[in-house]
Ligand binder design. Structure first.
Ligand code: DGL
Length: 260
């Protein structure tokens, strides 16, 4: 029997679920393996060398798992490692998330903008090229050091305190917020509480999903059977797995249907 192919999706933790959800919405017939790298979490303040090395280990693992495509559902890992990975693993299709700053350029250029991302993303060459290309000259870049880690741990009070302290100063100053880390869409409500209800969020996950579909279609690699989702955490932490299924809103082993 032919071994089933999968789409590998990885992040330093649960943030990439915000990307996986969008992918499943438009590609419900694929098999997915989600890799949460809690052992190396957070990526945001690690050196580029460490991030590249770890992303390569995960890539090799996902290749062994028979993945036909790998989605880097982490802005930090994408910004740091995707060029290296594409060059070295030429036969693999890598789809990488990036802060949705071009969307601001396309749809809300006039408005003052806050880009929230990890230190790793903000300092990366890849993000800086994007920023220079689409700069609306009304943009604040803010490295939210430690925020992904607090979201990962799920401590609501800490998240609230952090946001007040770190981004409260932008209240009344910005209309657009680019969620440049895949963990941040999980706290949209709390960000709105601090910055005001008129904020428009920009998140690249939906566009990434369309891009993935187009690339698979072009290679004639789309599945048409019922798909399933597998979860793996690099420390096998049961609480990560529990949160994963809760956030994805499906029961383990069941066909995904209620992704809204
Ligand atoms: N979710 C990740 C991102 O999009 C990384 C968070 C972290 O590990 O620092 O950047």
């Amino acid at each position: 029997m032919e071994k089933e192919t999968k789409i590998g999706v990885f992040d330093s933790g649960i943030g990439g679920i915000t990307v996986l959800k969008e992918i499943i919405r438009i590609l419900p017939n694929e098999n997915y393996i989600y890799f949460s790298d809690s052992l190396y979490n957070p990526y945001g303040d690690k050196s580029p060398q460490k991030i590249i090395h770890r992303c390569e280990e995960i890539t090799q693992f996902l290749i062994k798992e028979n993945c036909k495509a790998i989605v880097i559902a982490c802005n930090t890992a994408s910004a740091t490692a995707v060029q290296y990975l594409r060059k070295k693993y030429k036969n693999m299709l890598f789809i990488a998330i990036e802060p949705a700053y071009k969307m601001v350029y396309d749809y809300a250029y006039e408005k003052p903008t806050l880009v929230m991302a990890t230190k790793g993303t903000i300092r990366s060459e890849k993000f800086n090229l994007l920023f220079q290309k689409y700069n609306n000259h009304k943009t604040y870049l803010h490295a939210c050091i430690g925020l992904a880690d607090i979201i990962e741990k799920g401590d609501k009070e800490k998240i609230q305190k952090y946001l007040k302290k770190e981004i409260g100063i932008f209240k009344g100053k910005v209309n657009n917020v680019v969620l440049g880390c895949t963990h941040y869409p999980l706290i949209e409500t709390q960000i709105r509480e601090v910055l005001g209800k008129d904020i428009t969020f920009f998140n690249g996950a939906a566009r990434l999903a369309i891009h993935l579909k187009d690339e698979l279609e072009a290679r004639d690699l789309l599945e048409n059977k019922e798909g399933k989702v597998e979860f793996l955490d690099s420390q096998n932490l049961p609480e990560k797995e529990k949160r994963f299924w809760e956030l994805l809103k499906i029961e383990e082993g069941k066909k995904y249907e209620i992704i809204k």
